[in-house]
Design a protein around this ligand. Structure first.
Ligand code: TSB
Ligand code: ZN
Length: 687
């Protein structure tokens, strides 16, 4: 069946007729040697009328592309024969194909490099510890890992020896060479060597009579389908990061494996940048700062995902709440209070029960009714809308609440304050006429931008979150409604000129939404603000208003949250400011350091004056050295530290130390107060 020449379609539209067996590297070289040197792998897509069928080994499942979860089912997902796939630069092309050379900039290239780095790691481990048995070594989102079985645990010293050995493997620049062996022969060899994991993989993922694919670099050979970078020398920036335990096949009855994590990049510079970001992320981590700065805690006796706000964290939260309530009052919102639970029937009517059940806590049985903690505040606000007749003149009705809600998030997904099970949302539901949607939408967007400016948030992006059509369980089934919602949202976005990207399967069950995404230092994104268009709940509750013509009409609902949940926003602000909050948000704004006990009375006087001026102040009256007190306030990232002794007291002055600045200034207390109050009033991020 095989032809002597094949047609290779290049991205620029050119078609090359080349002998069968030509490799992507040959093609790259024929274009330019520089392109050849820059290429990592090739992406090929069979041309539909191509005669060549993929050969037996090409159909072999891929044992090495797991994400961190590494469930076997997803590891070895079957492939679509017509989909683009990556192949080695040295892979002979056997049929007509589209071909794209993948260079280092392509995100797929990094994945390939990282899988190759896993082979480099395994090569190093076997050179140092030949008794080790190999599991598998996939690329992950942040690097790669390899699972090993060895009775003795690897020590931190072993890890650094492994990293040095990896450097040798890289320096040897060994080519990755693909080899094939009959399955039965491969199995016999693995069994003889006691390689129980490889035996398992080969048995499970190849069929009798198959040729089994291996990759060799130097003396190291691994059962693997690839692809790989051309040679180990491409792994220029790498690091063996950590060791952790993992059970073979995720089952605790199986032997315990040692999983070595690493990361890899095409350059040392990329690696250094990544490690620096990682350090920065550690320094900013809100879970760590939450402890150090005494902002919040989580108690096992209360439960996971149910944080306790300590006084300092509560201060920040209260300031944020006051800030947003004030902004909403000025923007025409009316605030309400509603209970944290309701009868199950309410959520059956709203559709939460049918579509959002999995995220709800189980119901509680009372005498003859069932109550449930609310996962959202909408139904309660709807009942407030319904509590009286509404006319078109009343609309829009904007009902807002710092609404506490409960969601059954998976325990593995919980994280500090950023993903919790009990949360208080800066929520509002706007009930309006269809004509008012656009204006309301744009007012909400302006509020978001205003709030971000005031909070010092500058990096964010817009995401249009749409339903997944096929998922009838998660989304209300009403095509016309979804299409209308999507169209209206797009129109509103376009008229504001906002750039956005789309995400399928991220909508609320009742309608599409515009989400505002913030990323942390590592680039990990979460949704904060959200604006959601809803034609569904007004229907479920048969909401009405009387129009000018006297007829009854149905209002539209907009669900919106400007600053997200208090939990998530505070977690973000902690990381954004690395705990060094702007003056208006700092839990303690001024630290007072009396030089000796003699100055206690002066300290009290200053404290009282600052309090009276509305400033948050803490005195360190301990019998400690002045410098120790200053250091402790500095560790708490206190914006201002006022130091005073005889000299200051007799002149009615204070010595002011400003966070982040080296110079100190002495000034009358009244001047300091004026300055501080001004910075608070303008929500300045500078001191
Ligand atoms: C805006 N009914 C709407 C509301 O009217 C609603 O609840 N929307 S939501 O489900 O998207 O949640 C609103 C916001 O809460 C999200 O955008 C997110 O920023 C925040 N949030 C959601 N789940 C959690 C959680 N587990 N922990 C902390 N914050 C969360
Ligand atoms: Zn809502």
């Amino acid at each position: 069946m095989s032809k002597n020449t094949i047609a290779v379609h290049l991205p620029d539209g050119a078609i090359r007729e080349v002998p069968a067996g030509t490799t992507p590297l040959d093609i790259a070289n024929s274009i330019s040697p520089r392109l050849a040197a820059a290429s990592v792998v090739a992406r090929i897509t069979p041309v539909s009328n191509a005669a060549g069928k993929s050969s037996a080994h090409d159909g072999q499942p891929h044992p090495d592309t797991a994400s961190d979860g590494s469930a076997e089912a997803t590891m070895y997902a079957a492939e679509d024969a017509t989909a683009p796939r990556l192949v080695d630069l040295s892979a002979p092309l056997t049929a007509d194909t589209r071909l794209e050379l993948v260079t280092e900039k392509d995100p797929d290239a990094l994945k390939v490099l990282r899988h190759s780095a896993a082979h480099v790691l395994a090569s190093a481990v076997l050179e140092l510890f030949p008794e080790t048995r190999l599991g598998h070594g996939p690329a992950t989102d942040s690097g790669f890992f390899y699972d090993f079985y060895r009775e003795k645990p690897f020590t931190p010293e072993d890890l650094s020896a492994i990293e040095s050995k990896m450097a040798e493997v890289v320096a040897r620049n060994e080519p990755f060479v693909r080899e094939f062996e009959p399955r039965e022969q491969a199995l016999a060899e693995f069994e003889k060597d006691g390689d129980f994991m490889k035996t398992h993989f080969v048995t499970r993922f190849t069929a009798p009579g198959d040729q089994v694919s291996f990759y060799r670099n130097g003396k190291f050979v691994d059962f693997c389908r690839g692809p790989h970078v051309p040679s180990t020398g491409r792994v220029k920036g790498f690091k063996a990061m950590s060791i952790s335990g993992a059970y073979w096949l995720g089952n605790e009855k199986n032997p315990q494996l040692q999983r070595i994590y690493g990361t890899a990049f095409f350059s040392k510079k990329d690696l250094e940048d990544y490690l620096a970001r990682l350090e920065d992320a550690k320094r900013r981590d809100h879970r760590r700062l939450g402890k150090e700065l005494e902002l919040f805690t989580v108690s096992d006796e209360v439960g996971a995902g149910l944080p306790l706000w300590l006084p300092k964290g509560a201060t920040i939260r209260r300031l944020l709440e006051e800030y947003i309530l004030d902004l909403e009052r000025k923007s025409g919102y009316e605030h309400v209070y509603t209970p944290d639970l309701a009868k199950v029937d309410l959520y059956i009517r709203s559709g939460h029960w049918a579509h959002y059940h999995e995220s709800m806590f189980p119901p509680m049985k009372l005498e003859n009714e069932e109550m449930v903690l609310r996962p959202m505040n909408c139904p309660h606000h709807i009942l407030i809308y319904e509590s009286k007749l509404r006319s078109y003149r009343d609309l829009p009705v904007r009902l807002a609440e710092l609404g506490t809600m409960y969601r059954y998030e998976l325990s593995g997904a919980l994280s500090g304050l950023s993903r919790v099970r009990c949360m208080t949302l800066n929520d509002a539901h706007i009930f309006c006429t269809p004509d008012q949607i656009k204006d309301e939408f744009s007012s909400v967007m302006k509020l978001v931008e205003r709030a971000y400016r005031d909070l010092g948030i500058t990096q964010y992006s817009y995401r249009l979150s749409l339903r997944d059509r096929a998922n009838k369980e998660k989304y209300v089934d009403n095509d016309a409604m979804w299409e209308l919602g999507e169209r209206v949202l797009r129109e509103a976005l376009d008229s504001l000129g906002l750039k956005y990207r789309e995400a399928r399967g991220e909508a609320a069950f009742y309608g599409p939404k515009l989400d505002i995404q913030l990323a942390d230092v590592m680039g990990h994104e979460e949704t904060y603000s959200t604006v959601q268009l809803d034609f569904h709940l007004p229907n479920q509750f048969a909401l009405e208003y009387t129009a000018a013509d006297g007829n009854r009409h149905r209002p539209v609902m907009i669900h919106r949250a400007i600053i997200s949940t208090m939990e998530r926003m505070v977690s973000y602000l902690i990381e954004l400011y690395a705990g060094a909050f702007p003056l208006w948000l700092a839990p303690v704004q001024v630290g007072l350091v009396p030089i000796s006990e003699r100055h206690a009375a002066y300290a009290e006087k200053i404290e009282a004056e600052l309090r009276a001026a509305g400033l948050r102040v803490e005195v360190d009256a301990r019998n400690e050295k002045m410098n120790a007190k200053i250091r402790d306030f500095a560790l708490q990232k206190t914006p201002y530290i006022l130091v005073f002794g005889d000299k200051e007291e007799s002149a009615s002055q204070v010595n002011v130390r400003t966070r982040g600045k080296t110079e100190q200034t002495s000034m009358p207390l009244a001047d300091f107060i004026t300055k501080a109050r001004d910075l608070v009033a303008t929500q300045s991020t500078e001191l």
